[in-house]
Design a protein. Structure first.
Length: 55
């Protein structure tokens, strides 16, 4: 009997897409943090910084 899970092919392109999406999300957080610093909204910056640290 065949096991469909073990026969599943590994798709590196999907992994690359997920990694790219993760990097884009992290970049967006960093850009938001920089905007908060420019606006001198240091409390909001700290909140964004905490999100960055969690990822």
């Amino acid at each position: 009997m065949d096991d469909p899970i073990s026969n599943e092919t590994h798709n590196p392109a999907d992994e690359e897409d997920l990694e790219l999406k993760k990097l884009e999300d992290e970049l967006a957080l960093i850009e938001t943090a920089m905007e908060k610093i420019d606006q001198e909204d240091f409390q909001a910056y700290e909140t964004v910084k905490a999100e960055i640290t969690e990822t």
